[in-house]
Design a protein around this ligand. Sequence first.
Ligand SMILES: Nc1ncnc2c1ncn2[C@@H]1O[C@H](COP(=O)(O)OP(=O)(O)OP(=O)(O)O)[C@@H](O)[C@H]1O
Length: 260
Amino acid sequence: MALLEVEDVVVRFGGVTAVAGVSFTVEDRQICGLIGPNGAGKTTLFNVISGIYRPSEGRVRFAGEVATGQPRHRMAPLGLGRTFQNLALFRSMSVRENVLAGAHSGGRSGFLANALRLPAARREEREAATQAALLLALLELDAVADVPVAALPFGTQKRVEMARALISRPKLLLLDEPAGGLNHGEVDALAALLRDVRARFHCAILLVEHHMNLVMRVSDKVVALDFGRKIADGTPEEVRSDPEVIRAYLGDGGEHARAA
Ligand SMILES: Nc1ncnc2c1ncn2[C@@H]1O[C@H](COP(=O)(O)OP(=O)(O)OP(=O)(O)O)[C@@H](O)[C@H]1O
């Protein structure tokens, strides 16, 4: 059984079919890149997988359980962690506070135990603080742990988001354009970091990404979309040389010519 199973997912917005029957799987500890030209349906599909959109048809299974239709707060306990394209951090809070905020969605002791500060809740808080410290070190954020997020460069903020997603120990980490806005050196560091994160956290990673070089370097498998359909699914080498993928990226010389 695959960790993530996307089955015949269709998403319609009024008359627009953004995703037109896409199926693919992600295995345990696999890094999967989701690529496609602008408007291909990547973000829409990503939002279905992370529980933000309900598909018009089809379903998503996570570790064998149907995840579509589950309330969003159930996603972290199910084992799904995500980051956002335009960051969704508490800007006036410190790096450490933001990372700790991610732990609360994974807490097991419940609202009442937390409100009454029962021992189970206090133990969870201590565990979360230890985990946060480890993550801050791994993501090279310890020097800025007490700095408000708003004061930090974009690339650093992206690492904060990743730390926040990782503190709930996801089985699958969903990354929305992690290389967006990063410079060349930062993209190289990100490639190394993604492999490191997989090795240390034993998680699978699904990344939606425009940065082709990063996707091809870090992914075990790549799924390519165009006009809401899956046009290729295979190793980076297979997908890179797939005629439909080349056509989708280079265009047909007419109105569909789009940049890679
Ligand atoms: N909320 C919405 N309402 C109507 N149409 C939408 C909505 N969201 C996306 N679409 C349309 O669905 C299609 C797929 O969009 P989507 O944003 O998923 O593509 P994408 O591959 O992520 O593109 P990009 O790389 O530019 O972010 C596009 O035609 C888009 O205009």
